[in-house]
Design a protein around this ligand. Structure first.
Ligand SMILES: Cc1ncc(COP(=O)(O)O)c(C=O)c1O
Length: 390
């Protein structure tokens, strides 16, 4: 008879039969999977047969999230990652080699500037920053080394809307691949692959998770592109956690409902703040005053424009700080896309990598505030934010 420890380990590893499928995807909290022989393990590690070998490579909970988001984005395959930045890294490094160039929007998440400075630069990959709302400027910027055009469906934080269809046509005519960060819109509002993009990334930390309780990311695209990104992510160790993949799956179930409420709340707040005392400019794609309002009605579904606003206050940075200190309902924190309204100051947080000129090129001033409108009652948010601005 084996000893107690041996029996305990065996007994506690026995997988139960569950003939009735659970309603939710189980969390496969396992680093590794038992194989029958070395050939099977070799095949699994090469993805030459279906199944799982080691959770840095793949895991059934990740697989469920990958399939779900791929279906919602209209993509062939998906790759769940440790963070949105791991997804960005996987896509960039699988499309770019030393000597190549990537075009990124001037108005873009600060992490893109971060990866350009800390990773792409070291790899000898050039990054060209262009106002991607100006299609002539994009056409002029495409050169013989350009391999990738990076876009955000709705830009962080200035809410510029990308004309993914027109820019994809332009890029493809020049042999350039189009990657779109669809984090701000979520697949409930926009599906860039259907507009012509080649690959999509999300920070699932934001709207897909929806509750500010996970860090995660995902890549969606053709099986070939996703498999190339997977190779990078496996070797860089950027794999997702099954616990967080489970929470992202749970978030997906209410994504459509949340995006509706984020959008109606954000429109109500944007309308109330526009012209309110102390407010210079409100940028929200749902406002008629937004430079790409018409485009946003074409790109974003259901008359919704998402939950993100950029608010420029009169009085610049000191008034921005006063605003943050006066809020009673909204919370001063970085991140976005959760049930609670979060306000941050990009110049000192998400976009701290940018110089004064970089901020200006991105359409930001040192006083711009990024507002992620949550699911609270619109009247409470309006009262809180209008009072904080005045
Ligand atoms: C548009 C966008 N993309 C990517 C990221 C990076 O995501 P994560 O923080 O999950 O790595 C963020 C984070 O704020 C973001 O706003």
């Amino acid at each position: 008879m084996p000893g107690f420890s041996t029996r305990a380990i065996r007994a506690a590893s026995r997988i139960p039969d569950a003939p009735q499928p659970p309603l939710n995807v189980p969390i496969y909290a396992t680093a590794t999977f038992e194989v029958s022989d070395a050939a099977e393990l070799g095949d699994l590690l090469e993805f030459a047969q279906p199944g799982h070998s080691y959770s840095r490579y793949s895991n059934p909970t990740h697989e469920a999230l990958e399939a779900a988001v791929a279906e919602l984005e209209g993509g062939e395959a998906g790759l769940a990652t440790a963070s949105g930045m791991a997804a960005v890294h996987g896509v960039m490094l699988s499309h770019l080699e030393t000597g190549d160039e990537v075009i990124v929007p001037a108005a873009v998440y600060g992490g893109i500037v971060g990866i350009a400075q800390s990773v792409l630069h070291r790899a000898g990959i050039a990054v060209r920053t262009v106002d991607t709302t100006d299609h002539e400027a994009v056409a002029d910027a495409i050169g013989p080394r350009t391999r990738l055009l990076w876009l955000e469906t709705i830009s962080n934080p200035t809410t510029a809307v990308a004309d993914v269809a027109a820019l994809s046509e332009l890029a493809h005519a020049n042999g350039v691949v189009v990657a779109v960060d669809n984090t701000f819109a979520s697949p409930a509002l926009a599906t860039p692959l259907a507009l012509g993009a080649d690959v999509v990334v999300h920070s699932t930390t934001k709207y897909i998770g929806g509750h500010s309780d996970i860090i995660g990311g995902i890549v969606i695209g053709s099986a070939e592109r996703v498999s190339a990104a997977r190779k990078i992510v496996i070797n860089a160790g950027g794999n997702a956690s099954p616990w967080e993949a489970f929470l992202a799956l749970r978030g997906l179930k209410t994504l459509a409902l949340r995006m509706e409420r984020h959008s109606t709340n954000a429109l109500a707040v944007a309308q109330a703040l526009e012209g309110a005392p102390g407010v210079a400019v409100v940028r929200y794609p749902g406002l008629a005053s937004h430079p790409q309002h018409e485009l946003s009605c074409r790109v974003l579904r259901g008359g919704m424009a998402g939950g993100m606003l950029a608010v420029e206050l009169e009085g610049g940075r000191p008034h921005g700080e006063r605003f943050l200190g006066r809020m009673r309902v909204a919370v001063h924190a970085t991140s976005l896309g959760g049930v609670e309204t979060l306000v941050s100051h990009p110049a000192s947080s998400s976009h701290r990598q940018l110089s004064e000129e970089g901020l200006e090129a991105a359409g930001l001033t040192p006083g711009t505030l990024r507002v992620s409108i949550g699911l609270e009652d619109a009247d409470d948010l309006i009262a809180d934010l209008v009072a904080a601005a005045g």
